[in-house]
Ligand binder design. Structure first.
Ligand code: PXG
Length: 465
């Protein structure tokens, strides 16, 4: 069998991969024709593939490797914890030091009265926890009918049955009979794609008021919670207009609807603050966390819960939990991640060094004829591609055709920049330096030039009518 450092030739690995490995969100038969790119190691912001290419990872893996790759302290902590206590559960009246220490650290970092943590293995699991927790909260308060949850179209909250139902991705709902009952989706605050002639501010208010309309339609006594990502990630880095979140907060407060902020991507520095809720000025009752909690070095997620909700839940037996809730190795790795983030002032680096450099680089990329705008908050950004800058026109070709071509040209230029439809997405490790951002911008420019030429050749630079 191949070992990790001395592996088989690429083609043999690809053949084995297609023979036995089913990839997520992939048409595996198409991938078999092409062969998956085999990533063998990584350091800092660079990945190395089995052919020895060095690829700049402007996606931080899947929005998670915030500290960058190859931090040896993380491995050392994991090894130490594995030797001391590799596993024990937190069910049945037991606990362990890593779970205690991490819960305390998160309570200290989280704003306001978000003082309790329920651990999970991932963001999906944490959102399933949230769904059951908010319903249980209202049932415990004598209002079991206050159980409906409102979310947004094009939201991403995970892939489990509960979390994918909370999400608003149509292609996901089409598979497996989702969403489950009691979950409703209102419009997303995507001014760039859906704002038409309205100003961003007007559009933000209008989209927020869809929440009030939906609450009134269902009856406030039937609505448990609203869930939203402070900035939608997988939906295409949708940064809401400034009017949106204050109005959502007002509506939730007015109708006694719990607010769940899904911080799986926005949390832990991505937007230049510890949490996206701080960037957006909101006060959620529950925050979903995962990804950047451990910089992706170990699978761990959770829900940070406010005093009021925790006190009600803690008074009953909440019949919920995962074998790996608060897993000691993952918790120790997460703690080390948070220690390094604080020791190295990563939030300060994002706010004062990396984000301004990225903004400047993206402003230049925004001048490219193919780029219709620049959406950026901290180190989370999207560049919508368009055949016609002035009108924010969509392409006449199927959505995603131009984005996919651009992603391929990024790969050819040793750059990972993901596409969502025809938007290019940027979410690099938070430790990225201005010099590295310049290298990113150089590769991105070459990829955009090649995409433009390609679209022209293929006669695909046409706007949808
Ligand atoms: N909430 C948000 C906001 C997410 O972005 C999850 C929950 C689910 O987390 P887990 O750990 O269960 O995956 C996510 C995950 C993409 C992509 O292509 C994004 C995610 C996952 C996979 C792919 O952008 N986000």
């Amino acid at each position: 069998m191949p070992s990790i450092t001395n592996h088989l030739p690429t083609a043999e690995l690809q053949a084995l991969d297609s023979a036995h490995h089913m990839h997520p969100f992939t048409t595996n038969d198409e991938l078999t024709q092409k062969g998956a790119r085999v990533i063998t190691r990584a350091k800092g912001i660079y990945l190395t593939d089995s052919e020895g290419n060095e690829i700049l990872d402007a996606m931080a893996g899947l929005w998670c490797v915030n500290l960058g790759y190859g931090r040896e302290e993380m491995g050392q902590v994991a090894a130490r914890q594995m030797n001391e206590l590799p596993y024990y559960n937190t069910f049945f009246q037991t606990t362990h030091v890593p779970a205690i220490a991490l819960a305390k650290e998160l309570a200290d970092l989280a704003p306001g009265d978000l003082n309790y943590v329920f651990f999970a293995g991932s963001g999906s699991e944490a959102n399933d926890t949230n769904l059951r927790m908010v319903r249980t909260y209202w049932a415990q308060k004598g209002k079991p009918e206050k159980s409906h949850v409102i979310s947004r179209k094009n939201a991403y909250h995970g892939s489990s049955v509960g979390s994918a139902s909370l999400g608003g991705m149509t292609p996901m709902h089409e598979q497996g009979g989702l969403p489950i009952p009691g979950i409703h989706h209102i419009g997303q605050p995507d001014w760039w794609a859906e704002g038409g002639d309205q100003s961003p501010e007007e559009f933000g208010l209008a989209r927020a008021r869809e929440l009030e309309d939906k609450i009134l339609e269902l009856g406030a006594d039937n609505v448990a919670a609203f869930i939203g990502e402070p900035i939608q990630g997988a939906g295409g880095v949708v940064i809401p207009p400034s009017t949106y979140w204050p109005e959502i907060q007002r509506i939730c407060d007015k109708h006694d609807v719990l607010l769940i902020a899904d911080e799986v991507i926005c949390g832990f520095g991505r937007t230049g603050n510890w949490f996206g809720s701080q960037t957006m000025g909101i006060k959620p009752h529950i925050m979903t966390i995962a990804k950047g909690l451990s910089s992706g070095y170990a699978p761990i997620g959770g829900s940070i819960v406010c005093d009021e909700v925790a006190e009600v839940i803690n008074a009953c037996e909440f019949n919920h939990g995962y074998t790996y809730s608060g897993h000691p190795v993952c918790a120790a790795v997460a703690l080390e991640n948070l220690r390094i983030m604080q020791e190295e002032n990563i939030i300060d680096h994002v706010q004062n060094v990396a984000a301004p450099a990225l903004q400047e680089a993206l402003n230049k990329l925004g001048e490219h004829p193919l780029v219709g705008g620049v959406n950026v908050s901290g180190l989370m950004a999207s560049l919508p591609l368009t055949p016609h800058k002035e009108s924010r026109a969509k392409f006449a070709s199927d959505a995603g055709t131009a984005g996919y071509l651009c992603r391929e040209h990024c790969f050819a230029n040793n750059l990972v920049m993901r596409h969502v439809g025809d938007r290019m997405i940027i979410s690099p490790p938070l430790i990225i330096t201005p010099e590295e951002i310049a290298i990113f911008a150089d590769r991105a420019t070459r990829a955009l030039d090649a995409t433009y030429a390609d679209l022209k050749d293929k006669d695909l630079l046409k706007a949808a009518s």
